[in-house]
Ligand binder design. Structure first.
Ligand code: ADP
Length: 442
């Protein structure tokens, strides 16, 4: 149960044991393939964390190396080892990268951004977009840690907090001197349009959660407009754990002549995340099962995903009434509330976070060892299973080789079909946890 020196403190130990005895279906193995034009490497079906390369071999600048080692990173993960030599090349080349959740994609692009900056030039040179303020803030924390021994000047381009920042600079001054900017597309676009962010010297443009950022139903328009404002020779770097076929085609136009890393659908699931479902009698019974789960089991930190903000509020209220200490985060809260909830969860002040898809992607809290899909992820327009969101949601656990558990609530024929479809899609068994006899679990 121990991996990378981390012991999961989930005391669903017998549940985890059960998971292991019940077994999981191994994905089919795939071989390495390369195409003739772009570098397309299908990852071999092995551990995405372990690599034999060192950061020194990747010729990372010594000030950045210092930052990396202080973060506790001893060796690069597979995606870092494979992508960094291509990302750091001169002249710069575009990249469309894919690797499973929690395998260290952030460090790969943060290191690239920091490596590209001329610290003598007080002007924006690296821009990274993320789909949520929580993820943008998290990326910035990684930038500041990794760049600790460099003079990098940074700025967050997210909606301003209702509480005034303690930094003495105005927003205009902050962005005028910033060299590396991380933000959400709406705010970044606004700041670029108003020329508060100067694009002239921009050298690298990164889209984290790229498939989400290019989605035509969502953030795609803004990402395209921002990209069109970047200088022609700006390096474009896209990273995500998932790309639908449609988005990948578009990504190829967005980042032309890119080096590409792609995974086959069977390789996408993180093997250390054990996937379960629980049978509930109906919608109401789901809450009883949730209450039982938290009453009967000792759980470390966990995230409960629901489809709507209202449900998040209702479940949070009812769980509180039942005596469980929970917190709740969704897009309907103020920026200050969102920051407070997220910071509290990261500190471990609260163990149970109820949320919507706003936190499905990217959020990295290593102690999270259980993810519950109280509502299964559905595509809002087609009402079909949202496979990508499913993978991202359960990927909030099992970070960087750690073990994790995900539980899906099934309460009717439709939700049953969704679980089966997800199982088939990723070719990974989702195992039943009995809800009628809790003794078998504890
Ligand atoms: P991804 O973006 O692929 O979902 P992250 O970049 O958030 O994954 O990395 C997951 C976790 O692993 C983070 O807590 C990160 O600090 C850690 N991490 C990343 N690279 C390394 C490394 N080389 N060695 C140890 N830990 C790492």
């Amino acid at each position: 149960m121990e991996k990378n020196g981390v012991t999961p403190n989930i005391d669903v130990s017998s549940l985890t044991d059960q998971i292991e005895t019940l077994g999981t279906q191994e994905p089919k193995h795939n071989s390495l393939q390369e195409s003739s034009h772009d570098v397309i490497i299908q990852a071999v079906d092995d551990d995405p964390i372990l690599s034999i390369t060192t950061f020194e071999e990747l010729k990372v600048h010594e000030n950045l190396l210092k930052g990396i080692y202080e973060m506790g990173f001893t060796r690069p993960s597979k995606i870092q080892a494979k992508a960094l030599p291509l990302l750091l090349k001169t002249p710069p080349q575009n990249m469309i990268g894919q690797s499973q959740s929690g395998t260290g994609k952030t460090a790969a692009f943060v290191l690239t951004m920091l490596s590209r900056i001329d610290f003598n030039l007080q002007s924006p040179q690296a821009l990274c977009l993320a789909p949520s303020r929580e993820l943008a803030r998290q990326i910035m924390v990684e930038v500041r840690k990794m760049g600790k021994h460099t003079p990098v000047v940074t700025a967050e381009a997210i909606r301003e907090s209702d509480i005034k920042s303690t930094v003495g600079k105005t927003r205009n001054e902050e962005f005028a001197s910033a060299q590396l900017i991380v933000g959400t597309p709406g705010t970044v676009y606004d700041l670029l349009k108003r020329r508060i962010i100067n694009k002239t010297h921009m050298k690298i443009f990164v889209l984290d959660e790229a498939d989400n950022m290019l989605d035509q139903q969502g953030l795609g328009d803004q990402s395209i407009r921002i990209k069109n404002m970047m200088p022609k020779d700006c390096q474009i770097v896209l990273f995500s754990a998932t790309y639908s076929t449609q988005v990948r085609t578009f990504a190829g136009r967005f980042a032309p002549n890119a080096n590409q890393f792609s995974l086959k659908v069977e390789e996408l699931s993180v093997k250390t995340i054990n996937q379960f479902y629980m049978d509930c009698k109906d919608e109401n019974h789901k809450f009883e099962v949730l209450d039982d789960l938290y009453t009967l089991l000792t759980i470390g930190q966990s995230i409960i995903f629901v489809q709507k903000r209202d449900t998040a509020d209702t479940i949070a209220r009812r769980m509180t009434e039942k005596g469980h200490k929970v917190i709740n985060l969704h897009g309907g809260l103020s920026t200050t509330e969102r920051d407070e909830v997220m910071d509290g969860f990261r500190r471990g002040d609260a163990k149970v976070l109820i949320t919507t898809n706003v936190l499905a992607r990217g959020i990295d809290v290593l102690q999270v060892n259980l993810v519950i899909n109280y509502d299964l992820p559905l595509d809002n327009s087609s009402r079909r299973p949202d496979y990508e969101t499913y993978l991202h949601r359960i990927g909030r656990t099992g970070r960087f080789g750690r073990t994790g558990v995900s539980i899906n609530f099934v309460h009717d024929a439709n939700s049953w079909e969704i679980v089966k479809a997800i199982e088939n899609h990723f070719n990974r068994e989702i195992v039943k946890v009995p809800t009628d006899n809790w003794d078998t679990i504890e």
